[in-house]
Design a protein around this ligand. Structure first.
Ligand code: FAD
Ligand code: S2G
Ligand code: ZN
Length: 460
């Protein structure tokens, strides 16, 4: 995954909405392009300047404005770091409806702006459901107060949804009102091994029926992801060491009755073992073990980065088809790359990652002198496919495949800079044209995060 870097000469860190509004008013009047930035953990280059855009970082806008312990509605500034909100709510007996591996750095404004999915979406849904209101500053500096705290409000168009997932291209989110679920007492985690992908898929089907309302996460990873984590992360142990299985599934349940929840999960696991869906499994006996299971799943991105260069694809696909793409990609790339599949199986979200030792633009030729037994010495010219050619083996194949299977080329990470021109693999021309019209209406000078999300050609 290339890390982008622009040539910005200026980063501004406003302290409040008023300051941010003044900055945008000034930049808009002088057609100065800006890049809104939160925790900078985005994976599609959305928070990084392309040229010399002014960076507007929200990190200093990090106060909690209010929390209603009856309704669970939290109102805070966009620069609040997700992990800090998680800790604040924990003391109040509540949780954030989203959790992701980047929680230590990502900000709630960035989460809303990318419509982040994460590890709990299967239970608490998307931010389009849990975000009740937003305060947004438009390109011209106007402050839009849509900071409602009501679950139901059908008075006119619900415009906040335009900004959820807009990746800083329609306005800068300065405050968020979000519905937070109560923290429940009984959380159980099972780490299971499956021989094949169809078993993972059937396990999901069974989990939704037999665990029902207490299911709070359903993640999967293949053996290559497991091997990467075991080889590149310190202190990680395979909870099922008897052998390397082809697939692993992490199931979390969250409920209010420890004994019946545990009973329900154990009955589900017995059924899964007896029906052959699961070959081995472990139920976390304490918090330590539970976090060690999560550490394996959440550690995959870090392990991938340590393994070398990585090409990341965050895809929504029909669950029954999802792993076919990983297998087809392995056939296409052969031994040139390590193709890894993992993700939020509960949401139909595959993280397909292609790992190679390094990026290398130069084409590699290797000359070999070959002395055959009775014949002449011949000079062999061997061309080694380089990562750029590896990229050509991946794209546009992965996008065409996803489009053919009616999937999305970006399930949760957004389009940013990296995938803006790929939008047509998942959206019709008419839809993209309407997006461009809305963008031009809200940001007529095109100063907000140019080159991101939609093709720039539609905006000039
Ligand atoms: P940034 O990266 O700073 O910005 C992201 C985008 O939002 C940019 O386009 C930026 O311009 C815009 N933006 C930022 N703040 C604002 C604002 N206040 N107003 C308007 N626009 C704004 N993502 C998932 O969805 N699910 C995961 O499970 C997940 N796991 C991750 C694990 C790791 C280890 C890492 C490194 C990343 C992961 N991500 C995941 C991706 C990333 O963390 C999310 O996209 C996150 O929501 C980005 O938040 P941020 O504050 O870092 O935003
Ligand atoms: C996850 C993180 C980023 C990646 O682990 O769920 O969203 O694709 C991803 O490695
Ligand atoms: Zn993810």
């Amino acid at each position: 995954m290339h890390k982008y870097k622009g040539s910005s000469k200026l980063m501004l860190q406003p302290e409040n909405t008023e300051e941010l509004s003044q900055i945008l008013k000034y930049c808009n009047s002088r057609c100065l392009a800006v890049v809104p930035q939160g925790g900078n953990t985005g994976l599609v280059g959305g928070s990084v300047p392309v040229f010399d855009e002014v960076i507007i970082n929200t990190r200093r806008m990090n106060s909690i404005i209010s929390f209603d312990k009856v309704s669970g509605v939290l109102v805070c500034e966009a620069g609040c770091i997700l992990e800090n909100l998680i800790s604040f709510l924990d003391k109040q007996g509540f949780i954030m409806p989203l959790d992701l591996g980047a929680k230590g750095s990502c900000q709630i404004g960035g989460n809303v702006s990318t419509n982040a999915g994460g590890l709990r979406l299967v239970r608490y849904g998307s931010l389009h459901g849990t975000v009740l209101g937003l305060e947004v500053v438009l390109a011209n500096g106007d402050v839009m107060d849509m900071l409602g705290t009501l679950r139901k409000d059908n008075t006119g168009y619900d415009l906040k949804h335009l900004f959820i997932g807009s990746e800083g291209s329609l306005g800068i989110i300065t405050k968020v009102s979000i519905l937070t679920p109560p923290k429940l007492s009984s959380v159980n985690i099972a780490f299971l091994a499956c021989q094949d992908y169809i078993s993972c898929q059937k396990l999901l089907f069974e989990a939704k029926r037999r665990l029902g309302e207490i299911l709070s996460a359903f993640e999967f990873l293949d053996s290559r992801a497991m091997n990467l984590v075991l080889n590149h992360l310190d202190g990680v142990r395979n909870p099922l060491p008897s052998s390397i299985y082809n697939f692993y599934v992490l199931i979390e349940t969250t409920g209010s009755n420890e004994s019946s929840d545990k009973e329900k999960l154990e009955a589900f696991l017995v059924h899964a073992m007896e029906s052959g869906l699961v070959s081995d499994g472990a139920l976390a006996q304490d918090l330590n073990q539970a976090s060690s299971f999560w550490h394996i799943r959440e550690g995959i991105p870090e392990a991938l980065m340590k393994a070398g260069a990585v090409y990341k694809y965050d895809l929504s696909l029909p669950v029954e088809k999802m792993y076919d793409l990983v297998e087809e990609m392995r056939i296409r790339l052969g031994a040139e790359a390590n193709v890894v599949g993992y993700g939020h199986l509960g949401d139909g979200n595959l993280h397909l990652n292609v790992s190679t030792p390094q990026y290398d633009d130069a084409v590699r030729f290797v000359f070999l002198l070959h002395k055959s037994k009775n014949g002449p010495t011949v000079l062999l010219l061997i061309i080694i496919r380089t990562p750029q050619q590896i990229l050509a083996q991946i794209e546009p194949f992965v996008y065409e495949w996803t489009s053919r299977h009616h999937g999305s080329i970006s399930a949760e990470h957004g389009l940013g800079l990296m995938k803006a021109e790929k939008i047509y693999y998942s959206k019709s021309a008419g839809t993209v044209q309407l997006m461009a019209s809305i963008k031009k209406l809200l940001d007529p000078s095109g100063i907000l995060n140019p080159y991101k999300v939609i093709p720039q050609s539609l905006l000039s």
